[in-house]
Design a protein around this ligand. Sequence first.
Ligand SMILES: Cc1cc2nc3c(=O)[nH]c(=O)nc-3n(C[C@H](O)[C@H](O)[C@H](O)COP(=O)(O)OP(=O)(O)OC[C@H]3O[C@@H](n4cnc5c(N)ncnc54)[C@H](O)[C@@H]3O)c2cc1C
Length: 449
Amino acid sequence: MVLVTTDLMSAKNIGIVGGGLMGMTLAHKLAADGHRVTVIEHADRTGGLTTWHDFDGVIWDRFYHVILPSDQNLIGLLDELGMKDDLQWRRTYTGFYVDEKLHSISSNVEFLKFPLLSLISKVRLGFTMLYASRINNWKALENTTCEQWLRRVSGNENVEKLWKPLLLAKLGPSYKRVSAVFIWSYIKRMFSARDKSASAEHLGHVKGGYQSIMSRMEAVITGNGGTILTNNAVREVVTTESGISVSCDSEDLVFDHVICTSPVNVLQKIIPASLLSVDTVQSDRGVEYLGVVCVVLVTKKPITRYYVVNIADETIPFTGVIGMSNVVDTENTSGKNLTYLPRYLLSTDEEISKSDEYFKEAFVDGIKRMFPDFDESDIIGVHVNRAIKVQPLQVLGYSELVPGVQTKDPRLHVLNTSQFVNATLNNNEVVGAVNKFYTDFRQRAAGSE
Ligand SMILES: Cc1cc2nc3c(=O)[nH]c(=O)nc-3n(C[C@H](O)[C@H](O)[C@H](O)COP(=O)(O)OP(=O)(O)OC[C@H]3O[C@@H](n4cnc5c(N)ncnc54)[C@H](O)[C@@H]3O)c2cc1C
């Protein structure tokens, strides 16, 4: 069982808005430290973007998630939860689809044989990876666009044939407004998935997926005296002399401290603008988000041998093919294969709300074009999931737009993924942000005693 270390006198009554991984990890840490925590979650269950979905009798993550061997914060959390032994690793392969052909780029030799690029461009690409991995001063990249930086470091041929199609796939036409910090942090993370000795990629997952992590966290939090309220949206947060009052669907609650983990658009609705460290309402530049539409094909046979196929072809309606069954053994999924097909769109793009039928038809057609041998009778089910506020768009000067952790009231805090100003959106960063918050919170509490 987790140790309770805070004495009763200094234990605080803490409200946490949002029961995604951020809110649940915060609750776990603070409850284990002796605080009285209450998680308030809008949805009917915890998990947020890591929640699960019933894919024709197979319960798995609604959106695809993998763990990298370098995800030390996340692996540390699993260890604390007694789940490290549930981690399973697989050697994985990466494909690249361009000019109606699928290429494997899973090893250095395959990459050297990749026909799309000249030898000079391949050398420049290798240099880009190495150069990016050595950069520490990310601030210096914040006012240069991705494209400008890539043209300078990687050369025009790499930009036209490789980077631009990939940026379009990941960010849509908005890529033109995104800073070089995005591509720098992306390269850094992707290359940390390669085993240093073998240059081979390894990816992992936890037995039972994120559903099992969330149920374990729920048990540990409630075991340490915490409360989890689901189906309960927070409508307003008001600071008063006696505490922070949170008005949610079921009741009004008062806490010593409140931590909001919801996205910026929700903060704008529930917290008075005057309390946030940046003006998120009056400013003509706010945090913009990408959303995702993710079609999942449940099939009798695997569609591809790759975990990820990157797509450099604007006529294919999705931006990648994620062969989840190449990471998660089909023993875990009743012999069925799951393939996720994401399409990222600005959250304000009207296409995101088109019908499920529209996406099913277009995406199955795209799969048939990419894999001419694909037999439609192999399909057991097609599922369409979407999320509107997923990934903040790291535009030029992004770090200045983001609300800080501390608000103007020392009892009210913001901790959300918009604050990842020099990292990609991933769960290792989520746990890292919680760890940092927790350490600072303890230090401040010790200082005020
Ligand atoms: C398609 C996709 C693929 C991904 N792949 C990976 C991967 O392979 N590896 C990886 O590490 N990460 C991956 N991620 C990222 C990962 O899912 C996120 O890092 C993580 O889920 C963020 O958690 P969070 O708690 O910060 O946010 P969220 O999960 O968005 O949680 C916020 C919570 O706040 C709740 N909320 C909002 N408003 C209110 C309100 N007013 N009152 C109460 N509650 C409210 C929401 O319902 C939600 O549950 C992926 C994400 C997506 C979408």
